[in-house]
Design a protein around this ligand. Structure first.
Ligand code: PHE
Length: 337
């Protein structure tokens, strides 16, 4: 048998280089140096070789053995080192910093608005999001069959109202039911702010959402006038939107206030809306029927109420064009505030 020594040497080199893991390298070692490997096979062939053949074959087998041992040892050292490196913990690499979250813009806006009223002596109260038809409508002088009820398209729940036969509970469509709840619980004088989520089955678009936030205000005392309401809301708008804000009170109708108005504002801080009147709230003097529903003796109290949309105010103040961005949870939007 003859062996092409030079060819075997090149195979040893390429086999060793091709071994990418310690296991693969061990297979190469067995192929050449193992008991059943090529080198022992070459030595075994020496016995039957002619004297000249013996000389060159013996030298060739030796050369291959030496080459394979050296190459495998070198490759083994390199592979062990990189395996160790992959495992190693490099304490000098800077840690991965976790971004700090921030409060949602709606939450911040609610707090900012409430703070303005708190500084004027108002107290924060909360009402339930699941309401009865009584508080959401009837107590607010909205008869159950009155067309004004249509303007508050409402989510009704399957759950029956335990307090009113045949009536269902609902998701409050405004924060005004809180007015009656607060009046029932406390005796005047009182000045309260009631922030919270409200629900209406509106088709979602850039300016409508089926859930949004309102902030309700209610003040009850003796001798309260519309001028007091006007003064309070003017102070609020100047404080919140800046001294150069322009306001207008536009006559309006709400069943639970009389007289009623909507307030529009104009300010050049509202990007792209300069010179435009923008509606921000509804308000008016508390209707006698609402005092009656709260159980207050007729003619003893006077008061005013107002309600504003938080998303709308945040959108104006921060130049946000689409109400849906508040609920999309896109961190790139949220982290700007
Ligand atoms: N509840 C009214 C609305 O949702 C706003 C309002 C509150 C108006 C209080 C007058 C007084 O549109």
């Amino acid at each position: 048998m003859t062996w092409d020594i030079e060819k075997i040497k090149t195979e040893v080199l390429s086999d060793v280089q091709a071994a990418g893991t310690l296991e693969a390298l061990e297979a190469v070692r067995l192929k050449y140096l193992g008991k059943k490997g090529l080198v022992p096979e070459m030595y075994a062939g020496l016995g039957s070789a002619s004297p000249e053949e013996k000389k060159s074959l013996g030298k060739g087998a030796n050369d291959i053995k030496v080459l394979a041992e050296a190459q495998i040892a070198e490759r083994k050292a390199a592979l062990s080192l990189s395996a160790k490196k992959a495992d190693a913990l490099d304490v000098t690499i800077p840690g991965v910093a976790r971004g700090l979250g921030s409060r949602h813009l709606i939450d911040q806006t609610v707090e900012e608005i409430c703070d303005v009223f708190k500084n004027m002596g108002f107290v924060i109260q909360h009402g339930p999001e699941i309401e009865s038809e009584f508080y959401n409508f009837s107590a607010l002088n909205i008869p159950l069959d009155h067309p004004s009820r249509d303007s508050f398209d409402t989510f009704y729940l399957d759950a029956k109202d335990p307090a009113a036969a045949g009536r269902h509970l609902l998701l409050r469509s405004h924060t005004s039911p809180g007015q009656v709840r607060v009046m029932q619980k406390h005796t005047p004088p009182m000045a309260v702010i009631i922030p919270g989520k409200v629900y209406r089955p509106d088709a979602v678009d850039a300016s409508h959402s089926f859930m949004f936030h309102q902030i309700e205000g209610l003040l009850v005392d003796k001798n309260v006038t519309f001028a007091d309401l006007k003064g309070l809301l003017t102070a609020f708008c100047k404080k919140y939107f800046g001294d150069d804000v322009k306001m207008r009170f536009r006559p309006h109708f709400f069943p639970f206030t009389e007289p009623s108005a909507e307030v529009d504002i104009q300010s050049n801080i509202f990007k792209g809306r300069a010179g435009k009147w923008l509606e921000i709230l509804g308000c008016g003097m508390v209707h006698p029927k609402v005092f009656e529903a709260a159980g207050y003796p007729a003619g003893e109290q006077m008061g005013f109420a107002f309600g504003m949309g938080v998303e709308r105010i945040a959108m104006l103040k921060h130049g946000i064009g689409d109400i849906r961005t508040f609920v999309e949870n896109d961190v790139r939007f949220l982290k700007q505030f």
